[in-house]
Write a protein that binds this ligand. Structure first.
Ligand code: ASP
Ligand code: MG
Length: 415
């Protein structure tokens, strides 16, 4: 008989000490007893990864990337072997596998390797023997069997990738928060836990709460793996990330009811750069942004003004942590592109209204601007996607803006 297969991922805080590891083992055991096959994926215990990075830096300020990855992979190995021992003491037959043993092959980009393929042969063979499998998250190996890591928080990606490769029925992510909320509950006390959320909306909202590795959501979306996020510390229902049925509100609905927003996001890691008086001719934007792309910098909002007397300003945002480097890169091309100067502002934040229900429905943007205007929040820049409208505002007004929007879009109320 083929049992349903579930991949369960346990984050570092869920396996932070021996007692917590035992309680995770009991949870896996309960799942097993209910008649499912389980592949568990674990992160390193508590802050192990940070501690290992600090240790490496105390020996070399710029540790060799290959050595660092091999070192960091040990954190997950510790957690996965201990969890397997815990399962065995509870009487289950269980086996631990490193990422490499679980067949995870990656490219050679140490520190943020991408998964190329998963050979599930070994895992499937062990499952067929009736074993519970515990896989070390966050790691894989290159063709040459050098160990790589997938980037901070990468165990989520291990779990969803394994679920996709194994054709699992779903992937469950157990963490220290009990799901995805309509806004950060620390900012909006009345934020509601969502029962479900679409993959695209989750990607947009992933900036707070149950922080998930964005690549895991992309994988889930591409391979249609339902992802259930819940707390490992209790049995409160969590949030299901899946393909939500299209919610195109019908024309019959009263206009106000058509406004359906899923959540409000806030990002305070925003800085703005403005390049002044660029000549308005082909090639200037390319010459400005190419050096930034070359150093791997991701740019968010970009605004170019209509030109007045054949010269324009371009403003764009980067994460605050990238600001100095971005300004350096821009200064490097200022003369060659004929701009007159560059200024920056690191006191900004972005607030976003997110919801797949907004697609093809007018009224969201103007309503957002009205709510902010009535709250005396000045808008600096605006960008939109199909399911998101973002405004850059002063950081000191960001939290208030989130509360106003949460209330204004009626997210305080039960749907
Ligand atoms: N232990 C790794 C980290 O802390 C991977 C993970 O937690 O998913 O980034
Ligand atoms: Mg961790």
């Amino acid at each position: 008989m083929v049992l349903p297969l579930i991949v369960q991922k346990y984050g570092g805080s869920s396996v932070a000490d021996a007692e917590k590891i035992m309680s995770v083992a009991r949870r896996i055991g309960r799942g097993r007893d209910s008649g499912v096959d389980i592949v568990a994926v674990v992160s390193a215990m508590g802050d192990t990864t940070d501690a290992l990075i600090d240790l490496a830096r105390s020996i070399s300020p710029t540790p060799d990337p290959r050595e660092l990855d091999l070192l960091l992979s040990t954190g997950e190995l510790v957690a996965c072997t201990l969890l397997t021992m815990a399962l065995r003491t509870l009487g289950y037959s269980a086996l631990s596998l490193s990422g490499t043993q679980a067949g995870i092959r990656t490219d050679t980009t140490y520190g943020r390797a991408r998964i190329h393929s998963i050979d599930t042969g070994r895992v499937q063979m062990e499952l067929a023997k009736g074993q519970l499998i515990v896989v070390a998250g966050f790691q894989g190996a290159t063709e040459d069997l050098d160990i790589t890591t997938l980037g901070r928080g990468g165990s989520d990606t291990t779990a969803v990738a394994l679920a996709a490769a194994l054709g699992a029925d779903r992937c469950e992510i157990y963490t220290d928060v009990d799901g995805i909320y309509s806004a950060d509950p620390r900012i909006v006390p009345r934020a509601r836990k969502l029962d479900e959320i679409g993959y695209d909306e989750m990607l947009e909202l992933a900036s707070y709460g149950a922080k998930m590795h964005p690549r895991s959501i992309e994988l889930g979306s591409f391979y249609q793996v339902p992802i259930y996020v819940a707390s490992s510390f209790g049995d409160a229902p969590g949030t299901l990330i899946h393909k939500k049925p299209d919610e195109n509100p019908s024309d019959e609905d009263p206009m106000e009811d058509r406004i359906r927003v899923t959540g409000i996001a806030c990002n305070t890691n925003v800085a703005k750069i403005t390049v002044r008086s660029l000549p308005d001719r082909p090639g200037i934007a390319a010459a400005l942004f190419e050096p930034l792309a070359k150093v791997g910098m991701s740019i968010d909002t970009i605004v170019q003004n209509t030109s007045v007397e054949r010269s324009t300003d371009i403003s764009f945002t980067v994460s605050r942590t990238d600001l100095d480097e971005a300004v350096r890169q821009v200064e490097g091309v200022l003369d060659s592109i004929g701009a007159t100067g560059v200024v920056s502002d690191a006191t900004l934040a972005s607030v976003s209204v997110i919801g797949s229900g907004m697609q093809n429905t007018p009224g969201y943007a103007s309503r957002m601007f009205r709510i902010l205007a009535d709250g005396n929040v000045n808008i600096d820049m605006i960008t939109t996607s199909e399911i998101r409208i973002s405004c850059v505002v002063k950081e000191e007004q960001a939290q208030e803006a989130v509360r106003l929007l949460h209330h204004g879009f009626q997210l305080d109320q039960d749907p």
